[in-house]
Design a protein around this ligand. Sequence first.
Ligand code: BG6
Length: 513
Amino acid sequence: MTTAPHPVQSAPTQANQQTPPCVMVIFGGSGDLTKRKLIPALYNLATNNLLRKEFAVVGIARSDMSTDDFRKKIDADLHEFAPESIDPKIWERLQTAMYYMPGDLGDPARYDQLKAQLAEIDERHGTSGNRLYYLATAPQFFAEIVKQLAHAGLTREEDGTWQRVVIEKPFGRDLESARHLNQELTQVLHERQIFRIDHYLGKETVQNIMAFRFANGIFEPIWNRRYIDHVEITSAEEVGVEQRGGYYEGAGALRDMVPNHLFQLMTLTAMEPPVSFDANAVRDEQTKILKAIQPMSPEEVLTRVVRGQYGEGVIDGTRVPAYRKEPSVDPASNTETFVAMKLLIDNWRWADVAFYLRTGKRLPCRVTEIAIQFKRAPFVLFRDTPVERLSANRLVMHIQPEEGITLRFGAKIPGPHLNLGSVNMDFKYSDYFGATPSTGYERLLYDAMSGDATLFQRGDMVEAAWSVVTPILDVWKALPPRNFPNYGAGTWGPAQADELLKHDKCHWREIPS
Ligand code: BG6
């Protein structure tokens, strides 16, 4: 069953207001993130009239380039990565407010130069002394850049200006390093100046989890252990490690996806209603969930967490190589490319409800979803119906690539007997709201410029997330895997991931690939 699309009028909200004047300084200005996401996102904001005309960008990176070369480069990049039709007027205006500074990120003289250039840009573009420093560099430079900025007086909020720093992931590689980085940052910045990004929060459907739960009166009363049997969160990728072997070898699926993206999905699904949509109110509730996750003993890590690495296989009819054969990967690598785990949240709402999480590369399709499995209705009335027909209600929040929500329920199959079948009620975002070009970074940049940190991670949240994951990393380090590779590319991961749920008498939702 599919609901008919109705046009929905968008209400004039504060989202229709423009960002305040500012200069965005991108460290890593010639890199991949800048060209694929940041510049297209700025262009999309400008197209939607959300970006103030008193705005400019300074790209900083090692590559030796003039501002003219930079403008030519981003023009070519935008044509490669942005919507087919670029409005030349809007783009030209934006492009002429983009500057470039080559330089070594550790050289203090660069920051004095930057200071002088920013003052000039303020004069030329009316950017009022406000700055958004975007750290799109390798993580080992985060603390150094922030220290240098502070040393040059570039983070001081004087005369009503604001100075904010956006930090890309990964934020640390375990609890200790995340704590250390937090300490280094907070030596020179206030927490309110730090915007730790998790690009999953830029996805409309992730933001919609809160709207779905808290703007509808009918779901919240059943959103608990009394009615929900378990929750499955899947984030699957069809691609392998691509050209990122160098980074991925030191990260692995657990660090790369779990304490950040998957925990965002989990906390938004499990948190209590916040007292307001104020940044701290929302993040307080998310943090409480992270802190309530039952800590795992080393024995529990062995039984509740599954790791895997892909061997060669076939995806979409094409043979693809094993992880160990990918570029920049050690041929004897023990890095995991798949992880599945069972987590329990020790609070009144969720006690004994399992949250199963899984993520991996080279799985059969690209899909991210949250499946809420409700408990079965009592069997009494349907004693004669085969048990496989008596499926329990399930609500699936589709995050990507399809964005929407599906509710499965039982219905009578037409005929003289009372036979039951399962039907789906589907809501697709695109049917109602159309599809607008988006990189997922528009809202995040808009919010960072507007000073709304709701969709960014707070320091204590990041540490709480690493506290859950670090014991797993410790056990894995002590006991290297002996059976890698243990799943074929194009399959749903190692058999143990299925056994994890079978042991609890359930199974992963079958996702059509
Ligand atoms: C990144 C990870 O944070 O998220 C990548 O480093 C992963 O390994 C990516 O591919 C997934 O993002 P998305 O938006 O494609 O689901």
